[in-house]
Design a protein. Structure first.
Lengths: 341, 406, 297
């Protein structure tokens, strides 16, 4: 059974409390995590460089959390989440640019459309197992890329979309980095709460059952396809919201950037994996490690020798894969277990 | 509360700016450079920065700018998101005074916006897209040619150079415009089509992906249209593959023109000098350009060789070098590194074509695009790239050779 | 004219199919036996290319002569990767995929750092040769790749069907535990298989060098079509991977010429997804082959 990062607290509590953890029961832990994140923002509120890193970190923590709902809880290893990311981004952007809809409101249709697209696309491919499913999602990304480049009216084609710099809360465009950091923290909190709610709900148990043994789950009466689709829809909806937020922050994107396999598609999975696949707090720990590391390496080594920063990063990734097989949360769990002995 | 903290920060920043501006500073003048230093474009990012380094070295030898020594601080970015992070790093951590760059339009787009967020000047020397200046960012200026200039020069080449050489009239020749399908290729191709149609030249168009493993389809389609002139905009990898495929498929248009790339040793190595003979290139001015067109280009070449122990890899270096020189001039004129006075000073600059090593002059239009920055047309001749157009750019003794490829 | 067009496109498609088949045969072996989504397969092809370039730069000989050096070197690399990276992650398939991705990043960027991104090209006297047959141009280099792909497919098929080692590989692919009980050292077989898969990728890289200008990311241009080939052709079948190459090559050539060169990949992947949905075991694979393993035909 995958373990949460804060098992010690949980196991102490469970001695007295019932074995089944509820959503309400987890809330204090979640609040603590958010509080720590908020403290980080407060501590570095004057340092725009670090604030930018924090904003990116929270964004990816949320996106990895969203991916984790289908990828981790349910074991459907999707590498095509950048499609939903792009759908969310373009929906928000187009509503803002063409209909003047405030991005805050635009995030809702973004989530809905991303969920719809996800349901439509994954319906036929959910029967594929493991690596086949992953490859199919990558193929979807390729098709989406070609469509995105062609559909100029929606995406600006290869020249991309540009959101003009007009400051304002209603436009979700800020001059200061602090606002972005808080915005992304809000997003991460939303994803955390949804992930938690899913995990501690019936859907969450069904997802895990499907992951652990699809055949047995079906035999036990779980509607496998429905469960997978629901998980995917939730995951995609959150990813779409993240996409909308991302585009409003960066204000310029072309299809190749949004659908980049390395920058987004694989990275969501990567962060969740490093943090701890299928755990609730794993994606946060993963983002805490990966995002600053990547940024720091690029800052230090990026100008020195072409590719040097990525050489070091990839070595780190390989080492993590080899020695932290169950992610950071797995590492904590092992340490806790050893200490408890 | 967030809002109060923000205001407090702003007040402190403003005070320090006022106090700082008043006191005499011998602190280094830091220019942050955003470029791809890793990934596929690393070679060009590096090469451009070498041009900057030479300009800065020469300026420092002459006493620096505003009485301060100039220092270049690099930050690597291979995508728009990384561009923003690079700017945050340069401004927040390295405390640069202003920013420059950038080999790729998408990166420049995002980075210059981030620069505006931070109140810094973004001086573009190389990225091509027209959109960058059309945006109207108050902190942005481009010293080098834009995509329109490349398109215009290539069409001039077609009409003034190629068509007469072929002995025909504009209405009698067919042009096939090939381009890679990202913003680089598209922006140039669209302008080329517009200009050629205006001149009454029949045009067909084809596009391809720069990372395609096979471009036979693009060549077969072009071959079917039987054009007299094949005009292509693309990167090194796809241009090399296109040229090789043309050879394979026996596609020999009367004239071949490459825009943007195809003028480096990479293409020579791929095709061999015999296959390249006669091919025209629309590219940045080269270091071996005629003295009357680009004065002291030879001196730049010598400086490059002395510092790096080899010939320049790509002509982008000299264009970047000149761009940096223009920036340093503007800084001196403005007596400040803040973007408003620098942009205002740059807007007032007026130097004729032929002022700089690349043959550029300086005259910024309303969108802060330097309209006196123009590419040239060169030709592969016996394994060397020689400038052939405009006539003034011809090196002494240079001439236009036969256009047809063997 | 239209028939000549058709003939030309057909020729392009078949020759391209040969290229794809050559690149994918190694992937088919690895995917079929070890069940690893090897993201780094394209990087092995890239290393084969750069190795060939280095050989020609040092010895000034024809690039094809680099085969005896490049292929064994990549075999060794593959075996090492299997031993150090894939085997330890046997229990975590998700981490395995992610580890091969890390490997891809590493290899690409090592090459980038070493070459600073210059696009090298290898020249072979054959590179410019093309044969004209009834108005259709056939590139000599691609013909060689096609012939090589055929020889490799036949040889590999025979190896898997007839030799002891080949049978051992198929046994491990079908049922690891049973194979072990039969006295087969499964780990060593995996090393051999991965090494072989990497060696085949190196072979492809070497033979393709005269066609392309090298860049560190050239591998990624091949990897997704290669997966399409393996899956469409049929997992569990060497013949299927060979045929799959032609399916992909022809689809790409026809879509590129008759539809639009910019859309050919979209068409290809749409077809790929359709095949995956309708017949996930591939066109030549056995139904449910993704559970069974590698066949020798």
């Amino acid at each position: 059974m995958p373990s949460d990062g804060l098992t010690l607290a949980g196991s102490v509590r469970s001695v007295k409390a019932p074995l089944i953890r509820t959503f309400a029961g987890e809330l204090p832990t979640a609040a603590a995590v958010v509080a720590v994140a908020g403290a980080m923002v407060a501590f570095w509120s004057d340092d725009i460089f670090t604030l930018n890193i924090l904003a990116t970190m929270f964004l990816f923590a949320g996106l990895a959390s969203a991916w984790n709902v289908i990828g981790g809880f349910s074991g459907q290893f999707s590498l095509g989440h950048s499609v939903f990311f792009a759908v969310g981004a373009y929906t928000t952007a187009n509503l803002y640019l063409k209909a003047g809809v405030s991005p805050w409101l635009g995030l809702l249709p973004a989530a809905a459309l991303a969920a719809a697209v996800a349901t439509l696309l994954s319906w036929p491919v959910f029967r594929l197992r493991g690596p086949f499913f992953a490859i199919a999602t990558m193929a979807f990304t390729e098709v989406a890329l070609a469509l995105g480049n062609y559909w100029t009216s929606l995406t600006g084609g290869t020249r991309g979309l540009s959101i003009p710099f007009r400051l304002g809360w209603a436009n979700m465009i800020f001059r200061d980095r602090l606002s972005y950091a808080l915005l992304m923290l809000g997003f991460a909190t939303l994803c955390l709460l949804v992930a938690l709610a899913v995990r501690r709900s019936r859907l969450g148990y069904y997802l895990q059952a499907v992951r652990d043994n699809e055949g047995a789950a079906a035999a036990a009466g779980v509607s496998v396809l429905r469960v997978k689709l629901l998980g995917m829809a939730i995951s995609a909806a959150l990813t779409g919201v993240g996409g909308g937020l991302f585009l409003m922050q960066v204000r310029v994107a072309d299809p190749a950037a949004l659908l980049s396999v390395f920058d987004f598609g694989v990275k969501f999975a990567l962060i969740a994996l490093i943090g701890g696949l299928g755990t609730v707090y794993g994606p946060f720990l993963g983002a805490l490690v990966v995002v600053p590391l990547e940024g720091w390496l690029r800052a230090e080594l990026g100008g020195v020798l072409p590719g040097a920063n990525l050489v070091v990063l990839s070595i780190c990734l390989i080492l993590v894969a080899l020695f932290l097989k169950t992610g950071i949360t797995g590492l904590f769990a092992t340490i806790v277990r050893r200490m408890a002995r | 509360m967030a809002v109060h903290t923000g205001r407090r920060v702003a007040v402190i920043a403003a005070l320090s700016l006022i106090l700082g501006a008043g006191s005499p500073r011998a602190a280094d003048l830091k220019i942050g450079v955003v470029n791809p230093y890793s990934g596929p474009m690393a070679l060009y990012g590096d090469e451009m920065t070498r041009g900057y380094d030479i300009a800065v070295e020469q300026a420092n030898a002459a006493g620096g700018v505003l009485g301060r020594k100039i220092v270049i601080v690099r930050a690597s970015a291979t995508s728009a998101q990384e561009g923003i992070a690079a700017v945050e790093q340069l401004v927040g951590r390295d405390k640069v005074d202003l920013l420059s760059g950038t080999y790729i339009t998408a990166i420049s787009n995002a980075a210059s916006e981030a620069a505006l967020n931070n109140g810094k000047l973004y001086w573009e020397t190389n990225a091509l897209s027209r959109d960058l200046t059309d945006r109207g960012l108050p902190n942005f200026a481009r010293s080098g040619p834009d995509s329109t200039a490349f398109a215009r020069r290539s069409v001039e080449g077609v009409i003034q150079l190629v068509i007469p050489k072929l002995g025909k009239k504009p209405g009698d020749v067919k042009v096939w415009i090939e381009h890679e399908d990202s913003s680089f290729g598209q922006s140039i191709a669209m302008e080329q089509m517009r200009l050629l149609k205006e001149a009454g030249v029949p045009v067909s168009e084809g596009s391809h992906s720069a990372r395609s493993i096979d471009l036979s389809d693009s060549i077969l389609r072009a071959k079917n249209a039987a054009p007299d002139i094949w005009l292509s905009t693309g990167y090194v990898i796809d241009h090399n593959l296109l040229l090789r495929t043309m050879r394979e498929q026996n596609f020999k248009p009367a004239a071949t023109i490459l825009v943007g790339t195809g003028d480096t040793p990479e293409t020579l190595q791929a095709l061999g000098k015999d296959a390249l003979d006669g091919i025209l290139l629309v590219s940045y001015p080269r270091a071996d350009i005629g003295e009357s067109y680009g004065p002291k280009a030879g001196a730049f070449l010598a400086a490059y060789k002395a510092k790096y122990d080899r010939d320049p890899i790509a002509p982008q270096a000299m264009s970047a070098y000149v761009g940096m020189k223009i920036l340093l001039s503007a800084l001196a004129d403005a007596k400040s590194t803040e973007y408003e006075p620098v942009i205002a000073a740059a807007a007032k600059m007026d130097k004729p074509l032929g002022t700089y090593e690349t043959g550029y002059g300086v005259k910024f239009d309303k969108t802060m695009q330097n309209v006196r920055a123009l590419p040239i047309i060169a030709q592969w001749q016996d394994g060397q790239v020689r400038a052939v157009f405009p006539k003034e750019a011809l090196a002494p003794g240079g001439t236009l050779i036969d256009l047809a490829r063997k | 004219m239209a028939t000549l067009d058709f003939a030309n496109v057909l020729a392009v498609g078949i020759l391209l199919g040969g290229v794809y088949a050559l690149v994918s045969v190694g992937l088919n072996l690895i995917f079929g036996v070890i069940r690893v989504v090897n993201f780094a397969q394209g990087a092995f092809v890239m290393l084969g290319m750069y190795g060939t370039y280095a050989f020609t730069a040092v010895f000034h000989l024809d690039p094809y002569l680099a085969l005896p050096i490049v292929v064994p070197a990549l075999f060794l690399l593959g075996a090492v990767v299997q031993r150090l990276l894939i085997t330890p992650l046997r229990t975590e398939p998700a981490m395995q995929i992610f580890a091969t991705f890390g490997l891809l990043l590493l290899l690409e960027n090592l090459v980038l750092a070493a070459t600073r991104g210059t696009a090298f090209s290898v020249v072979s006297p054959l590179a410019s040769a093309s044969i004209g047959v009834a108005g259709v141009q056939l590139s000599a280099v691609r013909l060689i790749a096609l012939v090589a792909a055929t020889i490799v497919a036949v040889a590999l098929g025979a190896f898997l069907k007839r030799s002891m080692l080949g049978r051992a590989i198929r046994a491990v692919a079908q049922d690891r535990a049973a194979a072990r009980l039969m006295g087969i050292n499964a780990d060593r077989i995996y090393m051999l298989t991965f090494g072989l898969g990497a060696a085949l990728a190196g072979l492809a890289g070497c033979l393709l060098t005269p066609i392309y200008s090298l860049s560190p990311e050239i591998g990624t241009s091949f990897i997704l079509p290669a997966f399409a080939v393996v899956v469409m052709g049929g997992l569990g079948s060497v013949l299927g991977a060979y045929a799959g190459g032609f399916i992909v090559g022809l689809t790409e050539a026809f879509a590129g010429f008759y539809v639009d060169p910019s859309l050919k990949y979209a068409v290809l992947f749409a077809v790929f997804i359709a095949v995956l949905i309708v017949r996930p075991s591939g066109l030549f694979g056995q139904l449910g082959a993704e559970e069974v393993g590698l066949r020798a035909e």
